[in-house]
Design a protein around this ligand. Structure first.
Ligand code: GDP
Ligand code: CA
Length: 317
């Protein structure tokens, strides 16, 4: 069996732990197609937060409390940068984490595409699933905001909106800069085409899954392919389990609920993506037109609980 997972960072990474556990049990092959919309250059270095969250988590090197970055991290370089007054100061890069960005940036400068760099970094971490960026091309999520109290609209990088402003400034829309001319990374369309099932991880639908689907050809490959498509709700009982998905959904005018996100993805019969939609027991009344909805526990408390979610998703197909 071949499983493709569309994934963002922390939620995607935790979900992939369960997918990998399930796949080892049944002998399935897993490809993760990961969001690059959060990627940015900081202090001259290319940082890929979602790819790194997935790589460190699956490789056993993630900080379990923070959920992002490296376990046993130290912050010497960060305080040295602060001593120079170097901006941006709102994004913390740990010393261990910096090594990843140095290797990545060196390889990118040497002409290697991000997919090849990701494969090289994964040789160290052995994530046990194939990790692919959605695209090798520049695709950045920007957010159109205005200053509190009014003022002109301007676009800022997603990370500035999320990390610096905590999504707490007047927000108008999201723009996936570069999406129109981006191409799926090598292997992505083949993986989707050969998949028996495509799973939409319980990642942020607006800023993790949507930028993946914004790569021309990718949404079509999922929607029109032969693989069954099952999504897992990141919203339980009307709230995001963690993070600020509620703020993102509000910008789109979509209700923060399992039904709202299910409707945003839509049923395949209506030109959407989903055959099946997994919701939590408290959301069992959820209806998404033309989509098979099933309620099972959706809290990714440990690998076994998450693997049970994956099993339920596959049973739905
Ligand atoms: P990010 O890129 O690091 O923000 O992470 P993702 O986009 O991959 O995942 C963030 C989403 O994961 C949030 O919207 C959360 O609601 C969701 N999430 C986190 N933990 C859980 C969980 O245990 N169960 C479910 N169903 N969703 C979760
Ligand atoms: Ca992210």
């Amino acid at each position: 069996m071949r499983i493709v997972v569309l994934a963002g960072g922390i939620g995607g990474a935790r979900f992939l732990l369960g997918v990998r556990a399930y796949a080892r049990e049944v002998g399935a092959e897993v490809t993760a197609v990961v969001n690059v919309g959060d990627d940015l250059y900081l202090h001259g270095l290319k940082v890929c937060p979602d790819l790194d969250s997935v790589m460190y988590t699956l490789g056993g090197g993630a900080d379990p409390e923070r959920g992002w970055g490296r376990a046993g991290e130290t912050w010497t370089v960060k305080s040295e940068l602060a001593a120079y007054g170097a901006e941006p100061s709102w994004f913390g890069l740990g010393d261990r984490d910096l090594a990843t960005h140095l290797v990545r940036t060196t390889m990118l400068s040497g002409g290697y595409p991000l997919s090849a760099v990701t494969e090289a970094l994964a040789t160290r971490w052995q994530p046990g699933v194939r990790l692919l960026p959605a695209t090798d091309d520049r695709l950045e999520t920007h957010v159109v905001v205005s200053d509190p109290g009014g003022g002109d609209q301007r676009a800022i990088h997603f990370q500035e909106w999320w990390v610096r402003h905590r999504a707490e400034i007047p927000t108008h829309r999201f723009v996936f800069v570069g999406a129109e001319s981006a191409k799926p990374a090598p292997g992505v369309l083949d993986a989707v085409g050969a998949a028996d099932v495509v799973l939409l991880a319980p990642s942020n639908p607006v800023v993790s899954i949507a930028p993946i689907l914004a790569v021309p050809g990718l949404r079509e490959a999922v929607a029109d392919g032969s693989a069954r498509v099952v999504g897992i709700s990141p919203i339980i009982g009307g709230a995001a389990v963690r993070g600020m998905a509620d703020r993102c959904l509000a910008v789109l005018g979509v209700e923060c609920s399992a039904a709202g996100v299910g409707g945003l993805y839509g049923g395949r019969a209506a030109g959407g993506l989903l055959d099946g939609w997994l919701v939590a027991p408290e959301d069992e009344e959820t209806v998404v037109p033309d989509v098979t909805v099933r309620a099972v526990p959706l809290r990714m408390t440990d690998e076994a609980a998450t693997a049970a979610m994956v099993r339920a998703a596959l049973e739905l197909t």
